[in-house]
Design a protein around this ligand. Sequence first.
Ligand code: GAL
Length: 425
Amino acid sequence: MSRRTRWLTLVSVLAVVSMLSVACQPVGAPAGGAKPTNKLEMFSWWTAGGEADGLNAMYDIYKKAYPNVEIVNATVAGGAGTNAKAVLSNRLLGGDPPDSFQLHAGLEVEKYDPAKYLQPLDSLYTSEGLDKAFPKDLISLLKYKDHFWGVPVNIHRANVMWYNKKVLADNGLTPPTTWDEFFKAGDVLKAKGIVPLVIGTKEGWEAGHTFETILVSILGAEGYKGLWNGQMQWTDPKVTQALETYKKVMSYANTDYSALTWSDAAQYLVDGKGAMHIMGDWTDGWFTSKGYKDYGWAPVPGTKGIFDALSDSFAAAKGARDQVNLQNWLKVAGSKAGQEAFNPKKGSICARTDCDPALFNAYLQSAMQDWSKDAIVPSVVHGAAAVEKWATVYKDILNTFATNGDVAATQAALQQACKDNGVCK
Ligand code: GAL
């Protein structure tokens, strides 16, 4: 199987869904006789350092090309879109859509009832050559019900373990490559009064994020993908092992985790208050925005050779106020110049395959290498692997697990969620 066909067995699920086709309405001409405006309203959850900088870099390109258009930057803070997605749904349902909004590539689009609320972007893909600009399996992930609904700006990796180089070196440690090594290193650090793993779970998605990387490590790429496409049952003993591992990992974490966001936890790492941190590579953009350089990175223990992937795209709302402003924005988002300006700041690699690696820092260059050779698996917490209602239940189950620690009940609930979503029998 070629590398690019590896991301998703999930793609086959999408292919089944794709059989229902939706009428194609091109972006480009003002809809319903709408008058041109001088505004473009952009909706995202990018307010943190790095991500906001990347977005602004794309805006700068747009503003230079279209100086008469005012960009209304409608952001709703909260990692992984925790708050933004709910606000967006209400706006779409209420007939007050932003012109364009952040949307993860993958099954997340189902949440927004695309046939009703979104514009298919097929003709833009053709006119801009976007169907040839992105890797094949990203293209498959972007297609839902046979249409493109978003223009991807990046590829992020979820399974990264960041570490404070000095803290590990001062304690004679190297980044752990297995969970046993992690626990041994953790014991050394604990004995010195240092928090081995910094984590924040305040926004409700971070426990699910950490656990998905542990599932990848214990089940491997095929086993993990199987959990989302029905090839693997959640009752499998490996899921038990993953839950037990997660529980033990959390015994090496800071105790105030429920009061911290992902970036608060990253700040602990910067301040030397902890040694390691599991989080997606938007952390690289955040570190860069803080001028922090003394960090190292490694795959989450047990996940070397596997890239837990997600991609941010921008969608076009039906009823957008100005189709021309919107189309021009999507062109910038999909362009080489737009992606080269955005990604080095954002801490992600381009969705396009033709960006210049020399523009990216050492971490991102390593991510490009890994993306080109690793087995690719879809992130669930970041919209790729499952429909939103399943991903939400999954996150809630993990949050309950953090308080009750009940492995058997958690595993049963995870299997039930799979059944409720029609994937497990
Ligand atoms: C992800 C998103 C990233 C970053 C992260 C933290 O869901 O894809 O771009 O924003 O959340 O908020």
